[in-house]
Design a protein around this ligand. Structure first.
Ligand SMILES: [Zn+2]
Length: 572
């Protein structure tokens, strides 16, 4: 404490340049990653992810990072106190890019950069919401890109989605190594290796702050390589007399390639089932990341033409998500696929903490059909984590030798475990910072102090994108989207459940005069709705749904159109 006090004295008495770091999401709750780097009045943002309202992937409702700080300081564009110079995306997982369609329309126009696969996934997502899909694709190995006082470059790292990057950010105060999700995989299946040279080069001139993934910091040893599961898939597919169904994470393209390769060896056709899978594999195919022979992939509605022993189905929904393709197949509710006793379901995934019960009940439903299920707990070669373990982290620390470390992307216990690890590398207590969302830290070249604590609230939104629904539901959504999209920003007082301000409307594909009409009438209707129940709000999911229902009805009554209505409810 004494040290920190002296540091604070020092920093207050200097006019040294200062860099602020503010996590708006991603600490303590793993998901909804969003980090702000601020120098003078210029801001660089990294990541824009969603979180899950009930701490599991099963929730229908999603959480967004709270960007009140950005809105208050960066708008309106002509009178803004601060300027956002850009947004960088580290990789294509939902908890890093999923909030883009909700957040980007609220911010001034800013350039967004990502590596090719991430940019393609993110642009796909924006197109779905009728937003301009202009995320810039940056390949690894290029020159640093300047954004105001910052410059950055992406370094290739291994994780569980193609083109995952760590970001080296040069600032006038020092270099930040933004180490998002990773594991050290020396033999990645796609042969895209970790850029150790880039990491060492970045460390040459000294790194001030190392922000790092901490999710696997409670696991001893190294995380095993992604390579090597293919042999297991080959054996299981050959042994299976009926259909072989593999369920895994949609974005793990290396895993999909291993299943495809094993299926081709067994001369079986492959079909992707579930919207998220179809979406990701389309992008992967377009970019040449999916390795597949001509004629291997068939559409699911052609599957009936083949004997089950000639089929491998890759199915979304490994977490037992309600309404996912896998759950509907297991419950006998899928249009094209049913299970029989010759079939095998391979879980090439682990239940995300919180989903164990849902996965167990899914396995039970499969068992009732007579089909066999095999999970990663029965065979260690069916799934490996995409996050580094203790040895991976120790290795990274010894390569980077940063002055300060901020563990991110973990629950509190992971942050603490990471700190313990860092102490083994001789870091002193105060140089490893355990933060909370909204806590600003102000760095100079030689010290730091804690700055403002920016209040971050829970922001709920309907899950439109992350869900694993079938194509026909999507087509409904697309049809709806032709009538426009309305995002309603509603601030509600937690203590009495009433409106705090007039709701904000962000609309696409609607006339300005219609928006104006709605602005007035919707405020009145919303007040009426909320006045019925003046009480402390306990169920925010229910609150959001009520508002959505009322707003949809009212908008149809006023405009005779059915735009897609997405209320974002902010608890104040
Ligand atoms: Zn990730």
């Amino acid at each position: 404490m004494k040290d920190m006090h002296q540091d604070q004295q020092k920093i207050q008495n200097t006019t040294q340049p200062q860099l602020s770091v503010i996590p708006l999401g991603g600490i303590e709750d793993v998901t909804k990653n969003m980090y702000v780097y601020e120098y003078k009045n210029e801001i660089l943002i990294v990541d824009c992810g969603i979180g899950f309202a009930d701490a599991s992937a099963l929730g229908v409702d999603l959480l967004l990072p709270d960007i009140t700080y950005l809105i208050q300081n960066c708008l309106p564009a002509d009178k803004a106190k601060k300027r956002i110079v850009g947004l960088l995306l580290s990789h294509g997982h939902e908890d890093h890019i999923g909030a883009l369609p909700f957040i980007l329309p609220q911010l001034p126009k800013i350039p967004v950069y990502a590596t090719p696969f991430t940019a393609a996934l993110a642009n796909e997502k924006l197109r779905e919401y009728q937003l301009p899909a202009d995320i810039k694709s940056v390949s690894f190995g290029g020159k640093p890109i300047n954004l105001g006082p910052f410059s950055f470059n992406f370094l290739s790292v291994t994780h569980s989605v193609p083109d995952t990057s760590h970001i080296v950010i040069k600032t006038p105060v020092g270099t930040v190594y933004h180490g998002s999700d990773f594991k050290i995989d020396m033999t990645p299946y796609d042969n895209k290796r970790m850029d150790f040279k880039g990491i060492v080069d970045a460390a040459k001139d000294g790194i001030l702050i190392h922000m790092t993934d901490s999710l696997g910091s409670d696991r001893p040893g190294h995380t095993p390589s992604e390579d090597g599961m293919q042999k297991t898939f080959e054996r299981l597919i050959t042994e299976c007399k009926g259909k072989c169904i593999v369920t895994t994470y949609s974005s793990n393209v290396s895993r999909l390639n291993q299943v495809i390769e094993a299926a081709e060896k067994a001369k079986r056709k492959v079909s992707f089932v579930g919207r998220s899978l179809v979406k990701v594999t389309d992008v992967a195919k377009r970019l040449g990341y999916l390795h597949v022979e001509d004629g291997t992939i068939i559409d699911i509605n052609q599957a009936k033409r083949y004997h089950p022993s000639k089929l491998v189905l890759i199915v979304a929904g490994s977490q037992g998500q309600e309404n996912s393709a896998m759950t509907r197949i297991a419950e006998g509710q899928h249009r094209d696929i049913s299970l029989s006793s010759d079939d095998l379901v391979v879980f090439s995934a682990e239940p995300i903490p919180g989903n164990e019960e849902a996965v167990n009940s899914l396995i039970d439903s499969i068992a009732k059909t007579g089909a066999r299920a095999i999970t990663s707990s029965q065979s260690t070669l069916l799934h490996v984590s995409g996050h580094g373990s203790q040895q991976d982290h120790l290795m990274m620390m010894s390569l980077l030798k940063s002055k300060y470390i901020i563990p991110i992307s973990g629950n509190y216990k992971h942050l603490v475990m990471y700190k313990d690890l860092a102490k083994k590398m001789d870091y002193i207590d105060k140089n490893v910072l355990i933060l909370e969302n909204g806590q600003e830290v102000i760095f100079t070249q030689s010290s730091y102090r804690l700055g403002r604590k920016i209040a971050t609230k829970n922001v709920y939104v309907d899950q439109l994108s992350g869900e694993e629904v079938e194509g026909f539901v999507l087509r409904d959504r697309e049809k709806l989207a032709k009538d426009g999209i309305i995002i309603l920003m509603v601030e509600i007082n937690t203590t009495d459940g009433q409106l705090m301000n007039r709701p904000d409307i962000i609309a696409r594909g609607l006339l300005p005069k219609d928006i104006e009409t709605l602005q007035k009438s919707l405020t009145i209707e919303m007040k009426k709705l909320l006045a019925k129940r003046k009480a402390r709000v306990t169920n925010w999911v229910h609150m959001r749904r009520q508002i959505e229902e009322m707003a949809s009805k009212h908008i149809f009554y006023k405009l005779r159109r059915r735009p897609l209505v997405l209320p974002i409810v902010i608890e104040v």
